[in-house]
Design a protein around this ligand. Sequence first.
Ligand SMILES: [Zn+2]
Length: 255
Amino acid sequence: MKNKYLNNLFISLGLLLLLVGCASHPTHSPENVHWSYDGDTGPNQWGGLCDEYCLADEGKAQSPVDLTQGDTHTESLGFDYKPSMLNLVNNGHTIQQNMSGGSFTIDGEAYKFLQFHFHSASEHTVAGKRYDMEIHLVHQNDEGEYAVLGVLLEEGEENAFLKSFFDDLPTQADQVVKSDEVMLDVSELFPENSPLFTYWGSLTTPPCTEGVHWYIFQKPVTLSTAQLKSFRDIYQGNFRPVRDLNDRKIEMVQP
Ligand SMILES: [Zn+2]
């Protein structure tokens, strides 16, 4: 488990940087720190906003990155998703669906499905190409480690999964849209027969925590022009620019 070892190493380095790397920054508690995708609190400033965000500047295993085809890696991935009731929140940075069940399993280790949310345009690029949107499905294991699945979207045919709720997104910050009459089954979202890029990275929003196990489907799925507009009328440009890969490797997994 070389990757696991590297992961632990990255976490240790990250903790070390938290201890020594940001001592000169002003201290604020992170709940009161405003961050954004542009201006004085935009991505290039995140690392200086408070001590807890220092990995944004100092981390060596940050996300997103530009994805390029790597060697194929053997790993057993399991997707166990059940339909979950619509429970959207506009959190001021994106629209997020909070999940009530389901899990993603990597070599037998279960990561509980917490939520999915949207970025426009995509955060990861593929050989330099930026897609119109990216969906992140966030999972966490019992040790608190994250595994995030990414689905890239490009403008084209209407997306059947998004159709059930995209006309009624929460437009205002802190607004919630809930319905037990709309059940979401995210497995309908995944592209068929697609390999996945995998690498070790970070959360793409502050505090940009490292040790995140990333899996991004190589094949994009589509959404219609009207669906893209529905989201972009609320959030456009909520993506972090790509970070240096440094000495990390991107590998491919065939599910
Ligand atoms: Zn995200």
